[in-house]
Design a protein around this ligand. Structure first.
Ligand SMILES: *Cc1c(COP(=O)(O)O)cnc(C)c1O
Length: 384
């Protein structure tokens, strides 16, 4: 059945396509639904899909649920994206697609991507997973254009949110047409109840994103509420999709998305300001700053430390809640084969050492964070 079109969702799609400069954008209930149907629209079935070892676990879930198999690739040295140099040996006659990812907003290396693609005997579609960045650029070139399509997530933890939601953007008329037909066939319209649930969710979660958040986030986290909302615990244990993954984006989500798309430039500007403060003031021993890439949109400011639990605890005691985004290497998860850490060594190291500093609050908040981090660093370094 064809879900009713038009209205808020279409306006959202037009706004989204405008922002990323794509010819077409199609909205989905989740980023993972967008990716799943994109793989289907590409005609992939029983194929191998090259997937980063460090990525959101719902990405390989979408690969599996589309009837394909993820083939994992380790992380690049010193960064967070898939090491593209390791892709060619993983390519086989069954490879159906490559999911390049700009993790944490750090753009995928397009020069390397091109060099690697030139070595394949045939053209293999590249999907740009831009869930963590709407406008990453590699030396000025938009990353999201370097493939057949880009997929995005707009869940509440992303730089631009539509509460939940996902998008596929493409310049290909044929792919857009196929995906649209598929979406109309497979998605049911958002129910009235879904709109209401999303609204309640938004109201519950909003305080977490207002400045004096720290104590509150902590309280929410201890109560398990935030975790239940943002990282359903089974997600990294069971391969599957949420029950409503084929229920269209709700009108309220589209409206929230449009409002947030308008704020995009301002949001990224504040993130870059905060990142500058961190780069200037946090050059500390044993506190490994992220690569300083031009044009990163910084969905997260990711640092590596060896004694992570100690860092988390000591910062929390001072009212600073640090995050850990993707604290797992996907192939190490039991549902993906429980590979040994030495099989994907850099991913293993990233998964065990990453913390991320608050990045959304601009210069002022970043300066407060710097004071706390320097204090904690002195304490930790001071111990034997
Ligand atoms: C968040 C995210 C997704 C998809 O998220 P949904 O929750 O399904 O919207 C995909 N890839 C990456 C890298 C992500 O961070």
């Amino acid at each position: 059945m064809t879900p009713p079109r038009g209205g808020d969702c279409e306006r959202f799609e037009v706004a989204f396509a405008g922002l990323v400069g794509a010819r077409y954008a199609l909205a989905f209930p989740y980023g993972r639904s967008a990716l799943l149907l994109l793989l289907e629209a590409l005609g992939l079935r029983d194929c191998e899909v090259i997937t980063p070892a460090i990525t959101c676990v719902v990405v390989p879930h979408a690969v599996v649920c589309s009837g394909n198999r993820p083939v994992f690739v380790d992380v690049e040295e010193g960064g967070f994206n898939m090491d593209l140099a390791l892709v060619p040996p993983r390519v086989t006659g069954r490879t159906g697609a490559i999911i390049a990812t700009s993790m944490y907003g750090y753009p995928c290396d397009l020069d390397m991507l091109e060099a690697v693609r030139a070595r394949f005997p045939r053209d293999i579609p590249v999907i740009q997973d831009c869930a963590l960045t709407l406008d990453a650029r590699w030396k000025g070139r938009p990353v999201h254009k370097a493939g057949v399509a880009a997929c995005y997530s707009l869940n509440i933890s992303k730089v631009v949110s539509s509460i939940f939601g996902g998008v596929v953007a493409t310049d290909s008329e044929a792919l857009h047409a196929r995906l649209q037909v598929l979406r109309d066939e497979r998605l049911r319209p958002a129910s009235w109840g879904k709109g209401l649930k999303r609204l309640l969710y938004l109201l519950a979660i909003l305080p977490v994103f207002s400045p004096p958040i720290y104590a509150l986030v902590n309280k929410l986290e201890r109560s398990g509420l935030l975790n239940r909302f943002t990282y359903p615990i089974e997600e990294d244990q069971v391969i599957g999709m949420p029950r409503d993954y084929l229920e269209g984006m709700a009108g309220i989500e589209a409206r929230v998305g449009i409002a947030n798309l308008r704020r995009f430039d301002e949001v990224v500007r504040r993130r870059r300001e905060a990142a500058e403060v961190y780069f200037q003031h946090l050059n500390l021993d044993g506190f490994v700053l992220p690569p300083r890439l031009e044009n990163s949109t910084y969905s997260h400011f990711v640092v590596r430390v060896s004694r992570r639990d100690e860092w988390l605890e000591r910062c929390l005691r001072r009212g600073l809640q640090l995050g850990q985004v993707v604290p797992y290497s996907v192939p190490e998860l039991p549902s993906y084969g429980a590979h040994r850490p030495d099989e994907f060594p850099r991913a293993a190291q990233v998964a065990r050492t990453v913390i991320n500093l608050p990045i959304w609050g601009g210069r002022r908040l970043a300066e407060r964070v710097v004071d706390i981090v320097r204090e904690v660093h002195r304490e930790i370094e001071g111990q034997v």
